[in-house]
Design a binder for this molecule. Sequence first.
Ligand SMILES: [Zn+2]
Ligand SMILES: [Zn+2]
Length: 470
Amino acid sequence: MFNKKYIRGIAAAIGTVVIAASCLFINTAKADTQPADAGTASTEIRTVQELVEAAKNPEGNYKLMADLDMSGVEWTPWDFSGTFEGNGHSILNLSVKTVSKQTMKTYDGNRKEYDTYGAGFFGVLKNARVSNLNMYGERVEITSTDHCFAAPIAGLADNSDISGCTIKDAYISLTDSAKMWGTGGIVGFGSGNLDNVTTQVTLVCIDTDKQVKDEQFMGGAYAAGFLNIRGCSITIDGYDSDHGYVHNGGLVGMYMVYPLELSKTYAGEVLNNKVKGMITFYEDNTDRRAYCQANMGEVMNWTYAYSGFTSDFKRNETYDYTATLKPEMCANPVYTDTVTEASQDAFGFTTHTCSSCGYTYSDSYRIHEHKVNGYTVVKEPTGTGISDGIESGTCSLCSQTVYRNFAANAVEEEQTGESTADSVKTEKKAGFNTAVGIFIAVVAAIVVIIFIMIAVMVQNNKRRRHRRRR
Ligand SMILES: [Zn+2]
Ligand SMILES: [Zn+2]
């Protein structure tokens, strides 16, 4: 005869295990089907490959988990309307040679509208937030016939916030024959907020046609628009060759609130900013404006609170319109390279110095060689031969978490050459298989537990019968 206590015990145990198994199954399945950008949780970016994948999504919440060296990656400016938390990490050697896929409306001083492209880490930011992201040795080099703005963080920013970022040794060059264009030290054109951003940037604008009288802009924080600027530190070295109307500023090329309706009520803030540097420019135009100031080249709306501005700025206007103005002053620079090795506290870089004119710049930033004693897998590879598995370890020198990619083993490497869409599908399938596997394992465990309990009960009953007999 079965004891009621045992039956209740078994029922409770089975119930618990089944509930646990169901929860596990549902959770695993849910995590698998949920889009990466759903909810407020951030998607972690740990490798260059993950950053490149992330930049295919127009929205989402992302968090950078490591310093990434983008050398050798052809970056397309990311049109984005989510949040990007740099988490104090750095992107090294980003190279941008194409403009955004999307355009944004920009406005000149006469409030004429232009469909404009953006170039930078981001192309067009819309209602986005970018924070605590550092950019080292970024180069944005654009040649265009379209309206375009170029800058290290974002070419164009619509109602977007950028805070706590550091930009070092950025080189932003825009060669353009369009009418509406320019370069900025953080953002190109737009609206939103810039808070506590430090930038050290070389800006170059080259106008390639004399026919069009350009609306051309350059600013150490941004070229044009009405972003608020608070606690920013700007170091600018600007070069601007133009045959139209120049609007240059150590801080802002042209401050203008748009659209017109908003400009009647909008109150901005330009507080506690520092500018250091020089803009060398010419304005080859008989109808001259030649705006160039330490703070703002031209101000269309004096509707902002303004205080705490300090500057050490030189307006350097030239009048020889035959030679394009560039940071290197000689026609054929001869560079001597000095390599500064990376340490556990600082990135390494290479400094190039021209022996003829003395122009010097740094690039090729490098992360020190991490020393990791053991890696653990944090993301299984999809098994398509692509190194998309990720493992992590701790560097014994800098104690940072280090991530690296790895591929599935050789047996599964036959399927190389699959398209990205296919590999995404495979990844999802693999995730689902994992969930099913876990479920089967748990069910098997339940069966084993039941089996053991029945065995124990049978044994106990036998013993009891024995005792009774005695
Ligand atoms: Zn030189
Ligand atoms: Zn390290």
